[in-house]
Design a protein around this ligand. Structure first.
Ligand code: EPS
Length: 349
């Protein structure tokens, strides 16, 4: 079973990640992983934190001579913006920020909102990106490619660079933020991963759960998703008809997003994610002081204008984790050699 855990806080020492259940023999290209971190850090719409952090990592076990050994893979990613106890106390977030974990978390854990927000911060995805990037390298080694794209920002579909720039400038001027959609595509996943036999063996189960876990994601669609209902027409059937061709079977459409009956069907896996606008608003929003219950406005803290572009990087790598996890669940194998051999057999189906 492939699984991962992270620990760490946004302004603490840094983050730890552990990825357990990897086969041996994944070739680790450290520059590739660093580039994923750079893409996350420098994504469009990020706040000033990107100018402070370097986002470098160090493996802490599980890798020898640039290959996974089969042992749990550990990673350490130090923060540069580390706060002292005094700094934490000076930034208590008593006027709790709606939309964040502040109010619920402070009540639930009987602590300060700031302490909760430090862990709830989307910065923990820095560890998910490193671990997901390792899975992505494994998928590449097996001939499976992943792609991500921002397909909408605010209410605008397929925004051009100019539209993005204008929209973000407007957000900055008005002190607000914007959400959007990210589409993920995986090419080269063989037929038959996942199962129709139990609810928790269906491919969508793992995809939706993992991708919904990303901060700011409020919706996951597989294939046509909600458009299956919105685009209804008595003249269309929205099924991916099957044709016999010289070299196998062909589909002319992929409404199902590559999954039928909970199993991959050999077509591209297509998943779309909805990211909400980041709830931190420069212009402030109505709330209460958590201790006095008096009404107040949230205080502005530096924040991102949109999570969508950084979210794309994060989502791609978590998508890689889910696909590799599903693949290993189905094929098994302690070494990449065995995984590759079994994958080749699977591709013949
Ligand atoms: C983030 C760093 C944070 C936020 C962001 C994620 O930095 P700071 O709070 O120090 O400016 O920019 O967190 C959120 C947007 C959020 O809502 O949690 C990072 O590196 O990912």
């Amino acid at each position: 079973m492939l699984r991962y855990l992270t620990a760490g806080e946004s302004h603490g020492k840094g983050y730890l990640g552990i990825l357990d259940g990897l086969p041996s023999g994944i070739v680790i290209d450290q520059d590739f992983v660093l580039d994923r971190l750079k893409k996350r850090r420098e994504a469009i719409g990020r706040g000033e934190r990107k100018n402070i952090e370097q986002d470098v990592f160090e493996f802490f076990g599980g890798v020898h001579q640039n290959k996974t050994t089969g042992a749990p893979l550990g990673v350490l990613i130090p923060n540069k913006d580390v706060w002292t106890e005094e700094q934490l106390k000076g930034r208590l977030l008593d006027c709790v920020r709606p939309g964040h974990a502040d109010f619920v978390g402070a009540k639930k854990y009987a602590t300060e909102a700031r302490i909760v927000s430090e862990r709830a911060s989307a910065r923990h995805t820095i560890a998910s990106v490193v671990l997901g990037a390792v899975c992505r390298l494994a998928l590449l080694q097996l001939g499976i490619q992943i792609k991500g794209e921002v397909v909408s920002l605010g209410n605008l579909a397929l925004p051009t660079d100019q539209i993005v720039e204008n929209l973000l400038r407007e957000c900055a001027q008005k002190g607000t933020t914007v959400g959007g959609e990210v589409r993920l595509t995986a090419h080269g996943v063989p037929l038959g991963i996942g199962s129709c036999m139990q609810h928790d063996q269906r491919c969508e189960y793992a995809l939706a759960a993992n991708l919904m876990s990303i901060n700011a994601v409020k919706g996951v669609e597989i294939g046509l998703g909600f458009e299956f209902c919105k685009q209804w027409s008595a003249d269309k059937n929205f099924v991916d008809e099957i044709y016999a061709a010289k070299d196998g079977v062909v589909r002319k459409t992929n409404f199902a997003g590559g999954i039928e009956g909970g199993m991959t069907n050999g077509e591209d896996i297509v998943v779309t994610l909805a990211f909400k606008p980041i709830p931190s608003q420069k212009r402030g929003v109505q709330t209460i002081h958590i201790k006095t219950k008096e009404m107040c406005h949230t205080k502005y803290e530096r924040s991102d204008l949109t999570a969508v572009f950084a979210g794309q990087v994060i989502a791609e790598d978590i998508f890689a984790f889910v696909l590799f996890e599903q693949l290993l669940k189905h094929l098994g194998g302690d070494t990449m050699g065995v995984v590759q051999k079994r994958l080749n057999e699977q591709r013949v189906l």
